[in-house]
Design a protein around this ligand. Sequence first.
Ligand code: HAM
Length: 420
Amino acid sequence: MITKPKGTVDIMGDDSLLWEYVNNVVNTMMKYYNYEYIRTPIFESSELFHRTVGESSDIVRKETYDFKDKGDRDITLRPEGTAGVVRSYIENKLYAEPDIKKYYYNGTMYRYERPQTGRLREFTQFGVEVLGSNDPLIDAEVISLQYNILSALNIENLQVSINSLGDAESRNSYRDALVKYFTPHIDELCEDCKERLKTNPLRILDCKVDKDSEILKNAPKTIDYLNKESKDRFDKVLKYLDILEVDYEVDPSIVRGLDYYDHTVFEIYTLDNNDGSQSALGAGGRYNKLIKELDGPDSYGIGFACGMDRIINELKKMDLYKDIKKEIEVYVMYVSEEEKLHAIDIVQSLRLNGVVCETNTLEKGLKGQFKEADRLNTKLLVILNDEDLKKGLVNVKDNATKEETKVDISEVVDYIIGNL
Ligand code: HAM
């Protein structure tokens, strides 16, 4: 038997109902906030991720799925969505249009990680990228959109952990402070961190090996190195979040594992997570230098991404299935071939009029069809028999009250719609 690759999932049955439910809520909220759907390729040239996510990030160093295609090109399965959207923004010269661009996406991402609960090799993210505005209100909008989507899904006790990395000047003085702090301690840290000290000392702070060490805990905090402009900007973001009633906590330890961030960075958790895992349901931040670094103009960007698989795991704990389970509204029953011809016609008319409808395709007898209709929680039954059909009638039965009504076959669709 061929089995699925490690770190991938099949989504089916009750789980697929939850996926549909989350997708519907996400799509609706994105529309309310006026975000436009964007779809970029699942694979891109490897260079894109090296230049955006960063050579020194764990994602690019250890986790990408890289291969050569038949034309000898270096290709990478996307590990995240931001790089592709920004590439598309530049390549399609969307920056030339005067308005702000607000995009959302939903798709699979690929990271060669050690699989565990909420950590997969193929996983799904939905996210947004807003391009062209540096208004702190956009930072607050993006964070509150993420917060409100998760709230609309009834995930409780949400908390946003937020921090600011500041502008280039602030980041440089912070970098210098980190080098000064870590240099005398470097022998106590892992081999990767020794390398990180030279390439990107910020990455030491999200080291998975040394994450509990006192050295990391006592490291300088970004917030103490913000220049006035960056600090004022961050204060505005927090003020707007207060108005938007987002429950947040300033957490100076958040630096994020991707290299493209500056200014606001954030992660969102549910505090109800009693399985001990502290994994974020979503995260994001501002990346004002990235567009220029990818050969675009000097512009601004910010976004977030949420892990669908992690959100579904949360919802599974909430016993939601019964509320979202799809019900079959009508089951059309027949026995003879003549009755079946009418059944085919009625089922099609009902479906095309928006009624969720099913019929017998397993050659069951009437008894079997009644059982099937009960199993599907059907509300109304249309029971066809040759006698009634000769008079142009069909029998409609309410499956709860068991009340039966003879209806003219030409009016059955209207009758059913009126009685659902
Ligand atoms: P990220 O923190 O790498 O950020 O991922 C965002 C979310 O994706 C995580 O909080 C988590 O819920 C989910 N996720 C990440 N890795 C896995 C995995 N292996 N298995 C399951 N879920 C996972 C980004 O990807 C950035 N592109 C976010 C962003 C958008 N920043 C600006 N714009």
